[in-house]
Each structure stands twice: as C-alpha cells, then as structure tokens.
Design a protein around this ligand. Structure first.
Ligand code: SIN
Length: 531
C-alpha cells in the first residue's frame, strides 16, 4: 500500500496546479492514465479568459458568463472566479507561461483574443497552443518539486470510502485503487485528501474535439461512491471541429471566428446572420444548433469556416498549429474555407462541488472540468474553463489544508484489491464493439438536438450495455480498456438520465418535445445521486 498526504487523479491544468500548491504542505501523488501531458488541457487552443484591459471590467466578464449560462450559473461563484482570475494568471506567469503580447504605440501589452459570447477582447493566449504551453510549464515546475510523485500509466479504478467498508455513519474518502498498466498490478493508495481532476467525457460521443483520455473517469468513480452529480445534460458541442476523414478530432479554435472568420454554407452564404445578431460569433450553443439545422436541411456533410480575407502572414503567426495541420491535410486556410462540423467538446456538469471543489463526500474534491461549481450553468462561456481549473485548484488546496489537519487517522484498515481467479480478457472484440455502440448511440440520440423518444431509446440500450459490461467486469481481470468502457457507459447513462429529467430547452440542452425554457419549473440544477 502507498500513502500520500494528497492524491490527485489527472494531470491537466487543475490537477497540476493543485499538486504544485499541495507540495508546499506534504507529499503528493499525481495519478495519470498515460503520459503527464496527455490531458484535455494540452489540446486547448483558444486561451484563458481574464479581465486585463482598461476597456473591460469584471462586471462585463460576469455578465457575459451569466448570459451564456442561461440562468443556471451560481452568480457568487462566477464573481469569485472572475475576480480571482488576475491572481491565477500571475501564478501561471510565475511558472513561466508567456502569454502573447503586441506592440501598442511604444509599449508592449497582452494580445487579447476574442471568442463567442464575449463582449470584449479578454482571452490571453499563446498563439493557438495555449493549453500545451501551460501544460508544459506546469509539468516542468512539478518536475522540480521533490514532494510530488507523477505516477504515469496508472488508471484510478475506484474510490475507497468508509461507507463501502461498512462505516456508513462516518462516510469519507480514504483513498483509491489504481491499476499500474506496466505491471498489471492494482495498488491500494491511502490518502485522506483525494482530488479528482480527470477532465471531461468527450469520448462518450462519436465525434469529439477531446483526446482519447476523456472517458469521464472521475464522474463515474464518484457516482459509484454515492457522490452527487449535477447537470450532466449540458454537454457543450464545439461548432467548429475540422471535417476530414484523416483527422476527426481536430479543433478549429473559436479564436478564428474571433479574428473575423465567417461560417458559410456550401453556396458561400453567411447563414449565421439569419440566426443571431452576433452572427458567426454568437454563443456556442446557438452556433452548434444552427450548423446542425443547416446540415440537416441541406443534406450537406459540413459547413465552411472562411477566413481567406486575412493575410497569410497573419494567419501563420496567429494560428500556426491550425495553419500547419490544415495544410498537411491539403487545406490552405488562407485560400480556401475550412470544412467544419460540431463535435462534443466540454462537460458543463459533473461532480457537484462548492466553490472550493469540495464534493458531498468528506475528503473528496473535484476540480476543473470534472467538477460542477456553478460557474458554467447551462452553457460555458469560451475560455472560462482553463480559468476555473486554475482558480479552483488553488482554493481546493487552501480548503483541504484548513479543514483536514495533517495527522492521518488510520482507524479504518484498507483492504487490498482482490482479483480472485479471473482470466485475461480474451474477447477484446466485445469491449470495442460496446465502446463503438455507446459512442454512436450517444451521437445519434443524445446530440445537439434531442427528443424524449430518442433519449428513451438511448436509456434502454445503455441499460443493456451496462449489464453486459458489469458481467465482464466481474469475470475478467481489469484492463485500462475495460475500466474506460465501464466509465464511459456510466457517464453516458448519467447524461441521458439527466436529459430525461429536464423537460424544457435551456442552454446546451435542446429538445424538440419542450422547445421553450420553463423558468417556473426548471431554473435549477439536475442533481443525481445513488447515495
Ligand atoms: C477554442 O479554442 O475554440 C476552445 C476554447 C474553449 O473551449 O474555451
């Protein structure tokens, strides 16, 4: 058994920021499924929202966030995160992140990007690879900290709680089981302070802008431990994922529209001006639904993002990653519009937490995309996610140190993982088949536009799949594929169950059966709990 003062699962901006802070107070393990840099953060292009310009204000950032959130944001949480943003940015700069600057009449100032739903330019960025830069700098800082152990190729399986061990009246998180992929052994890791920073669940959908690691592990583990989960119906679809047979998950940043990119149909018409006053820069839910409607109406496979009116030199400098990736696929964005489609991008719901990331299970915190603090409500404002990750990480560390004094309480013994006489999975085809089926059915039945009938169909298919997976889980030796499949199925079912409960359309949840927003009955979070 291993033992740490703090255990963090996930190595994106939230997990790494937390680990760096926590190392000032004790030993820290960072458990991550693949390499340290394999996270959603590393794929983030647009940037991080923060008020820095004289033309902007906290009030405007708060207003834009609340407006995008369609009545479900927690205003107190929004204000806290928006006003603590400059301090969080300062800390990122301290670890070496250099946000882009520009010359303004004799002096340098931050080059601020603009994205959908923002009334001002306020997105700090590093070209179009902001997340990668932040991730690399945080990992480098972590490498200098002797108190942090980065456990790569380790997959967290399940939380160990007092209730699961029969101490229901004093339930709290005691640690977790983790699979070391290299040895195939399951380790018991004890800690009174467990922080989930596992990111989102984009892989639950057939098309996503997320990397392969985004399989909803944190939400699924928390759910199995009886923790409350909120607002899972609010899945954000990014309007502009590259449509190309060889590159299915490549994001074309909203910042391209922020710099003047226009969405056009196959005939070249700027269709967004028919849908919203802000045209191509309307909030994401509006743009994604409009594209979905255009595609369904015309029978086309995609729409096009046109920024050919900008000089090639500007595009190469501002969007080097997007420019090069498109070019390698035969698309010169300075000369031709980029084919795009919506794809699953961000989980706005998650483990229900307070502003410090505390869940309703003592000792368990959830930070970043896996948590639901109330910042995003029914729809996240672009570039508020990296911001939430770093601000809440800091608050979580302060809260854990304050509320959980260092002495470990070992009155409950933790049992070792029991494998029994299980065999290796020899039916890999079953795992892959179920994985594909979940992703396809979620895309077809639980996508941008929903209906009760489609949701019910999805719910019934998922129940069968979950039964099959459970059987598999108990009969075979655990593997990363099997663990991810089990989590994916759990999260898919949570999305469907939450969507079925919301009999209205709001933010990212749009259903043909209830196309209006129902303020009287549904201006509230959807909270699910097994506990
Ligand atoms: C983007 O670059 O379009 C993504 C930004 C975000 O999701 O916040």
């Amino acid at each position: 058994m291993k033992e740490f003062d703090f255990v963090v699962v996930g190595s994106g901006i939230a997990g790494l920021s937390f680990a760096l802070k926590a190392a000032q107070h004790g030993s820290v393990a960072v458990i991550t499924k693949r390499k340290g840099a394999d996270s959603n953060t590393a794929w983030a292009q647009g940037g991080i929202a923060c008020v820095t310009s004289d033309e902007d204000s906290f009030e405007l950032h708060v207003r834009d966030t609340l407006e995008a959130g369609a009545g479900l944001c927690d205003e107190k949480v929004v204000r806290t995160i928006v006003t603590e943003a400059p301090e969080a940015i300062r800390e990122l700069m301290e670890v070496g992140v250099h946000f882009d600057e520009r010359d303004v009449t004799g002096h340098r100032e931050l080059d601020l990007g603009r994205e959908g739903g923002h009334s001002k330019r306020r997105v700090l960025h590093v070209q179009d690879v902001t997340g990668r830069e932040i991730e690399n700098k945080l990992l480098a800082a972590l490498g200098r900290s002797p108190r942090v152990q980065l456990l790569e190729n380790h997959t967290a399986i399940d939380l160990i709680t007092a209730a699961k061990l029969g101490f229901a009246t004093e339930d709290r998180c005691l640690g977790l089981y983790s699979l070391d992929e290299k040895t195939g052994e399951v380790e018991t890791i004890r800690s009174d302070r467990v922080v989930l920073a596992t990111g989102g669940c984009g892989k639950v959908y057939l098309y996503t802008t997320n990397p392969a690691v985004a399989t909803g592990d944190g939400v699924a583990m928390a759910w199995r431990a009886g923790v409350a989960i909120a607002n899972m119906e609010f899945v954000q679809f990014h309007p502009t994922c590259l449509f190309h047979a060889e590159q299915r998950s490549f994001l074309i940043s909203e910042a391209v529209r922020g710099e003047g990119g226009i969405l056009r149909d196959a005939r070249g018409e700027d269709f967004m001006s028919r849908y919203h006053a802000r045209g191509s820069l309307a909030p994401r839910d509006v743009v994604a639904r409009a594209i979905d409607a255009e595609i369904k109406r015309s029978g086309a496979q995609c729409v096009y993002l046109d920024i050919t009116h900008k000089p090639e030199a500007f595009l190469r400098e501002r969007f080097p990653h997007i420019f090069e990736t498109c070019l390698q696929l035969g698309i010169d964005m300075s000369r031709q519009p980029i084919p795009v489609v919506p794809a699953a991008h961000y989980q706005c719901g998650g483990i229900k937490t307070d502003i410090n990331g505390a869940s309703n299970l003592r000792g368990l915190y959830a930070i970043g995309e896996v948590g639901c603090t109330g910042l995003h409500g029914a729809n996240r404002l672009a570039s508020n996610s990296l911001l939430e990750g770093v601000v809440v990480a800091r608050r979580a560390c302060e809260a854990l140190v304050r509320e959980f004094p260092k002495e470990q309480d070992h009155k409950i013994a933790l049992p070792e993982w029991v494998s029994g006489n299980v065999q290796d999975v020899d039916e890999l085809v079953v795992i892959y088949h179920n994985w594909d089926e979940i992703r396809r059915l979620m895309w077809d039945y639980v996508g941008v536009v929903r209906s009760d009938k489609r949701l019910q169909r999805a719910a019934s298919r998922l129940r069968n799949l979950q039964r099959e997976i459970r059987e598999f889980y108990w009969n075979f030796k655990v593997s990363v594929d099997l663990l991810e499949l089990r989590n994916l199925a759990t999260v898919a079912a949570l999305i469907v169950d939450s969507a079925l409960l919301r009999k209205e359309s709001r933010g990212l949840h749009y259903t043909l059966d209830y196309p209006q927003t129902d303020e009287a009955h549904f201006r509230r979070d959807t909270v699910l709990s097994r506990g």
